[in-house]
Design a protein around this ligand. Structure first.
Ligand code: ADP
Ligand code: MG
Length: 311
């Protein structure tokens, strides 16, 4: 295995586009845009916990950055810079080369400069910190949902969890659904354009990493409100329904917006070619209360709410 410095130079040092000083010194230097606030988020991916050990390295590289970019989307921020701390076993260079290819593909797709990091030997583990910008005061928080707001979700929740169930032999999917579900799992698409479009419109937002109900629950808790979901086209029962409601790893956005602005949300869906589904409303002051009704108006059991690493 080449030296740490050779690895960094070969695979993680790329030209930057919007950075004063990138990889190579003791610290990076960036110049935030005047009038903008910095939004900062970090996420770790650990082999065996967040990805299967035999995951394709190029997909893993994409996902390592994408899950962090998704937090920027959920804040309504424009992602601009990121740093990568990587622990690698004595891996072959071909593995690292593929990982870097996927990682930088995601950086390029979202206009992010990779400005630094750390590289060490150890059990495979990646930690990214991402820095985004948002005009002062307009970031989308979890705490802003209000009585009467609509609740929306982007895309089709549960696809990543279904793809994982297929890979683990717990469920059998056929093409083309299989292709979609594996793409959702392996190449999640952070909803950055949606987050930007929701500035000044959404009252609260979160990205679905642990499951729709669990993550919506964070909005309701933070906003001290309760909600009823009436979900059109909720799968009838079984694993597909569980994944829709509680499957993690989706990176879709769940957000609230005033009912009076329903049509504006619909216009965004058309503009950015992304399905946005109104799945319910904020309808009580009972903090965190959540009732789920299926397409026929029957209550759905929501005991299994999401993924908790320490449960
Ligand atoms: P230091 O000893 O000062 O922490 P390092 O030797 O760890 O410096 O890193 C050298 C340079 O390479 C630094 O600019 C650091 O930010 C960058 N770097 C290290 N690992 C990575 C990586 N995986 N991706 C991007 N930049 C990295
Ligand atoms: Mg270092």
């Amino acid at each position: 295995m080449p030296s740490e410095f050779a690895l960094i130079d070969r695979y993680f040092r790329r030209p930057t586009r919007q950075t004063v000083l990138g990889v190579g010194d003791d610290g990076a230097i960036v110049r935030p845009t005047a009038g903008m606030e910095l939004v900062i988020s970090t996420d770790m991916l650990v082999a065996g916990t967040h990805f299967l050990p035999d995951t394709n390295p190029e997909d893993l590289g994409w996902k390592t950055l994408a899950v962090n970019v998704s937090d920027m989307a959920a804040m309504g921020a424009d992602p601009r810079w990121a740093v990568l701390a990587a622990a690698l076993p004595a891996a072959t260079e071909s593995w690292i080369e593929k990982f870097a290819r996927g990682f930088f593909a995601c950086a390029d797709a979202f206009g992010i400069d990779i400005v630094g990091g750390d590289t060490t030997r150890g059990p495979r583990n990646f930690c990214v910190t991402v820095f985004g910008e948002v005009p002062a005061g307009v970031a989308l928080l979890r705490a802003g949902a209000r009585l009467g707001d609509d609740i929306w979700v982007s895309g089709r929740p549960g696809r990543a969890a279904l793809g994982l169930a297929h890979l683990q032999g717990r469920h059998v999917l056929d093409a083309p659904l299989l292709t979609d579900c594996l793409a959702a799992l392996q190449r999640p698409q952070p909803r950055v354009l949606l987050g930007l479009a929701l500035r000044g419109l959404a009252t609260a937002a979160i990205d679905v990493s642990d499951g729709l109900l669990a993550d919506l629950g964070h909005i309701l808790d933070a906003s001290k409100v309760g909600a009823t979901l009436r979900i059109p086209a909720l799968p009838a029962a079984g694993l597909e329904r569980d994944c829709w409601l509680a499957g993690g790893d989706d990176y879709e956005l769940v957000f609230t917006a005033p009912a009076s602005r329903h049509a504006e949300v619909g216009a965004i869906a058309a503009n950015i070619s992304l399905a946005l589904t109104c799945i319910g409303a904020v309808d009580s002051n009972e903090s965190g209360a959540l009732t789920v009704l299926d397409a026929e108006g029957q209550p759905v059991d929501t005991a299994r709410r999401g993924y908790d690493h320490f449960a």
